[in-house]
Ligand binder design. Structure first.
Ligand SMILES: C=CC1=C(C)c2cc3[nH]c(cc4nc(cc5[nH]c(cc1n2)c(C)c5CCC(=O)O)C(CCC(=O)O)=C4C)c(C)c3C=C
Ligand SMILES: [Fe+2]
Ligand SMILES: [Fe+2]
Length: 334
């Protein structure tokens, strides 16, 4: 599962997506009636036009990068699992918390196909109630409407998994082989509002843990890297430091070459391809920086698929070895 994305880079499609996304109380905690007024009077009439332009600038092959990448991740995992489990029929399906392919649609399909045992993997390395929590809610909402439920196993997150750290560190090494060493490496994570963290959302701590482990794996000194948070939305304070502020500060201090990566995203999307690659590049260069590089998300890289396979197969093995699921008989064993 991933977050979701509009069906088209048009104001109408973006409005429909934002309406669903921003109506989720996991994402926006303002009292419902007040937020309904703000959303319908001040957000939805204006934001979609601007955001649709941003989406249009990153749209690829007639689709949203996040949806294309999720489908490639699904296809590659499907191939790996087929090779690994010759005696069992394992299906991999994509689903989004908002928009299409929808979570309810995927679960309907699973049920229709007669599958009863499911593993849900939200593709967020660091749990947040606003992202992972919302994905799990979408599954539970579907379940609450079923008489004949499925047996569902949910993976909360994997922020310190050795294969995540290995894949992220290797993506930096590969990038630097081509583009050289920067003065500083910035690990920029999608932010959340500071009050959510104060109330117990563990996301910022988990981002710090991932970032420290990646820096360690790369053998970086403290002055060679930093963590920051991007994608602020609305007027309240978000988790700091803000990516845009830090880049400006660095440029003012004479930092010339930065490389930026985003270990919160398992697929490149609007927040990385537009905000992080373009908008923040502009901010850094306008403040006097010289070279700005964006290191792509793990997307469909083999080391990312190694991680995804390692996260899911112990649960598949568990279902199979417990006898809960009968393995399909191979024809030559009859
Ligand atoms: C209060 C608002 C938001 C919270 C909290 C939030 C948390 C959060 N989001 C992601 C991942 C993604 N968010 C994306 C887009 C996006 N996020 C918000 C707001 C909040 N996110 C908005 C309004 C938008 C839409 C774009 C815009 O209007 O600015 C995306 C990109 C989707 C795409 O189509 O490419 C991702 C991915 C995480 C991981 C997270 C909490 C940790
Ligand atoms: Fe977001
Ligand atoms: Fe953004």
């Amino acid at each position: 599962m991933n977050l979701g994305t509009p069906d088209a880079p048009t104001p109408a499609a973006v409005r429909k997506f934002l309406k669903q996304f921003l109506s989720d109380q996991r994402v926006i905690e303002i009292p419902r009636l007040l937020w309904a007024i703000i959303l319908n009077l001040f957000v939805l009439p204006f934001r979609p036009r601007r955001v649709a332009k941003a989406y249009a600038s990153i749209w690829q092959d007639g689709d949203s990068p996040m949806r294309l990448i999720l489908q490639r991740q699904v296809d590659l995992l499907q191939t790996r699992l087929q090779q690994r489990y010759t005696h069992a029929d394992i299906r991999v399906l994509p689903a989004m918390s908002y928009g299409t392919p929808s979570t309810a649609g995927a679960l309907d399909q699973i049920k229709h196909d007669g599958i009863e045992h499911v593993i849900v993997l939200p593709l967020y390395p660091q749990y947040s109630a606003t992202s992972t929590g919302a994905a799990i809610d979408a599954v539970n909402q579907w379940t609450s409407r079923q008489r004949n439920m499925l047996s569902i196993c949910m993976i909360k997150d994997y922020y310190q998994h050795s294969l995540l750290i290995k894949a992220l560190a290797q993506s930096v090494r590969d990038y630097q082989q081509q583009h050289g060493q920067p003065d500083k490496l910035l690990m920029s994570f999608h932010g959340i509002p500071q009050p959510y963290a104060d109330k117990g959302d563990p996301y910022p701590e988990r981002c710090h843990a991932t970032a420290r482990l990646v820096a360690q794996a790369l053998g970086l000194q403290d002055e060679q890297w930093a963590i920051s948070f991007q994608s602020r939305f609305g007027k309240q304070e978000w988790v700091k430091p803000y990516t845009s502020d830090l880049l400006q500060q660095w440029a003012a201090q004479g930092v010339q070459h930065v490389q930026v990566m985003s270990p919160a995203f398992s697929a490149d999307c609007l927040e990385t391809l537009e905000e992080l690659s373009l908008e923040n590049q502009h901010i850094f260069l306008a403040a006097g920086g010289k070279v700005y590089n964006y290191i792509p998300a793990l997307n469909d890289q083999p080391l990312h698929l190694d991680l995804i396979e390692a996260l899911t197969t112990p649960f598949i093995d568990g279902f199979l070895s417990s006898g809960i699921v009968a393995a399909t008989q191979p024809s030559n064993l009859a």
